[in-house]
Design a protein around this ligand. Sequence first.
Ligand code: 5RP
Length: 263
Amino acid sequence: MNWGMKNRLSQLIQPDGHCFFLPIDHGYFQGPTTCLERPGETIKPLLPYCDALFVTRGVLRSAVDPAKTKPVILRVSGGASVIGKDLANESITTSIEEIIRLNASAVGISIFVGSDYEHESLTNLSALVNICEDYSIPVMAVTAVGKELEKRNARYLALCCRIAAELGARVVKTYWCEDFDRVTNGCPVPVVMAGGPKCETELEVFEFVYDGMQKGAVGINLGRNIWQNPNPVAMIRSLRSIIHENCTPEEANDLFNSLKDDE
Ligand code: 5RP
């Protein structure tokens, strides 16, 4: 791996080998998502506790202060919406010149394995890898399931992650599932967990994040379970204690309860 690629990856994955990405890209297909209507305001108190932001160029340019940010993973796929025919029908949205101009540390693109647009999304990933590798910019593949949340099982996610890695993704983002080690064991590049819709309790979130970390994930890319929580700062700090301080779910939950009244 060359110096530029190593340098960019080390902006994302910290010296302990773990990472905490904060995604605020949801609007690219679902519009002004709850608690993300004003993304600049949402992230202000949260930024100190994450390692990188996952964001589109539009929100980055309009809502993120270039002098006070964290490394950026630029979401560069899109072209579908929640009210359109098929969420899987995405293209690459952002040129390499724009990616470089915005000083992205990495880029992210969704793949939709098993969908009607499987081939297009996988060849989009390959094309993006071809361009970005020329400039030592890591590509993070996002194994998306569209509206079919029931697809989040180890057999399917292991298949998606392995295909993404084979096509050249430097990092893969996927959902946590039971038997998560089946996913990480079959994937030769670092695996990061997404959160999905907001869970009923904080402890539920701490438990799946902890389980995934024990089973080989390098970190998280968690959005709604943080910024849709009534106590987002307590939530992000407690999650950080699992990722970077090896806390247990119970310890994280105690920390959450002690911090939440300060917000
Ligand atoms: C949405 C994404 C998000 O980055 C990803 O789903 C993580 O966010 P959440 O924890 O809210 O699911 O790729 O397009």
